[in-house]
Design a protein around this ligand. Structure first.
Ligand code: UDP
Length: 410
């Protein structure tokens, strides 16, 4: 069994002292001491691309430093499986489901294959998102505590897909959601855990301004004119074409450039088609920069976010939106759709601006471009909001507390 390798840039817990303070670090060590020798298994469907991989890449080394025996396994699957699970993803976010009933068999067959391939022998097993949810069948008799962590907005799921998934979810010992609105009527305890970012990762650490300038030059972006940016996988639910339309409205009144940067995730087969749609919508406008980035482009994303005047996240549906968290952490004014977990992060007129349409997004972008002092204040508030709620260290603390809770008798 091959375990997933985590990112090379590894910081130690003490490196977080200047960000969260020594008391919080001491708390993590105290909690972890009571879990020493315990084992944790994280399972998801991609090692690169997307928010879950982003979190696990940082959480796993931190837990290892705390001497918890954590390992991260990624399920494997063919094209057909990931086409079905992408359709699941969209359907659970509330879209229609148009695949034949045989598609459910593809998911079951995949679970069977991964069940044979992976070992399940840990005290705590955490299965992330719907793709591997059927692995619950692999739980050994009297096996450890199994939790399903759901990162997507389940508030209005397509009933057919949810009816397929729910019997698996019901058999877990507990479930974790990213927002109270996503919880479902389940016979198991449910917990609220916000997703998180690592302030010291390559994606988020402070950058030398020279690197920011070099990145802009490399992509032929003008550092002297406003830059409006959306970083996202090329996915219709991120509405990149809607961002282009909002930009067209803004551009009638205010000079600016648009950066749409993203790449694919190995479990997302729709990226190429969406990228083509975005290119078509952008036409020949030289102020629209569509960047198809490789998964290794963390520093580039960091630099693009830091160079931006405004960060946009115009998702039609969104589990949480780590790209919003990343923008807020960099003290950027964020304009984002009021969907899914985004309003937990963007508190309207306090940590950013919420919008409900293309026109609304354009309006808020224009407003912030003409009110830099307000934009700056939003960014500062956003940074503090992230520090308080959405850092990886808080996410680790919530995990440790939950594991200790699971160990209590009865
Ligand atoms: N991301 C990336 N490269 C890309 C697009 C996105 O590294 O080309 C990162 C982005 O910076 C963020 C994560 O992937 O950390 C996306 O998480 P989010 O919750 O915003 O959306 P998801 O892709 O999980 O739906």
């Amino acid at each position: 069994m091959s375990q997933t390798q985590v990112s090379a840039l590894v910081n130690t817990l003490d490196d977080y002292d200047s960000i969260i303070g020594s008391a919080e670090i001491a708390e993590l060590r105290t909690l972890a001491a009571r879990l020493r020798g315990r084992t944790v298994q994280m399972v998801n469907s991609t090692a690169i691309g997307g928010g879950v991989a982003e979190i696990l890449n940082r959480m796993v080394p931190l837990m290892q430093e705390l001497e918890i025996g954590v390992r991260w396994d990624v399920i494997t699957g063919g094209e057909e499986f990931f086409a079905v699970t992408k359709a699941f993803h969209n359907a659970l976010h509330g879209e229609g489901y148009h695949l034949p009933d045989e598609s459910f068999k593809t998911v079951l067959a995949n679970a069977e294959q991964n069940r044979a391939r992976l070992h399940f022998d840990c005290d705590f097993t955490m299965i992330h998102d719907p793709q591997p949810a059927a692995l619950i069948d692999a739980r050994p008799k009297n096996g450890g505590h199994w939790t399903w962590r759901c990162h997507i907005d389940l508030s209005q799921p397509n009933q057919k897909v949810w009816n397929f998934l729910a019997p698996f979810v019901n058999r877990y010992d507990s479930a974790i959601f990213s927002s109270p609105a996503f919880s479902r009527r389940l016979p198991i305890p449910q917990y609220l855990f916000y997703p998180s970012i690592d302030p010291l990762s390559e994606k988020n650490r402070e950058l030398d301004p020279e690197i920011v300038d070099q990145t802009l030059a490399r992509f032929d972006i003008d550092a002297n004119r406003p830059i409006v940016t959306q970083i996202s996988r090329f996915d219709r639910l991120k509405d990149p074409v809607g961002v282009v339309r909002a930009y067209h409205i803004v551009k009638r009144y205010t000079d600016c450039q648009l950066v749409l940067a993203g790449g694919g995730a190995s479990d997302d087969p729709e990226g190429d088609a969406v990228l083509a749609e975005v290119r078509e919508a952008a036409g020949k406008d030289r102020d629209i920069h569509i960047l198809d980035l490789p998964p290794s482009a963390a520093t580039e994303i960091n630099a693009l976010q830091r160079a931006s005047t405004i960060i946009v996240q115009k998702s039609l549906r969104e589990g949480f939106g780590l790209t919003v968290t990343e923008g807020l952490w960099k003290k950027k004014p964020v304009v984002a759709s009021a969907v899914g977990g985004i309003p937990s992060q963007v508190i309207h007129k306090h940590t950013g601006m919420l919008a409900h349409s293309i026109e609304g997004t354009a309006y808020q972008i224009r407003f912030l471009l003409s009110n830099p002092a307000i934009a700056q204040k939003l960014g500062e508030n956003g940074h503090e909001h992230v520090r308080e709620h959405f850092l990886i260290t808080s996410d680790v603390r919530r995990h440790l507390t939950l594991f200790l809770h699971f160990l209590r008798p009865n």
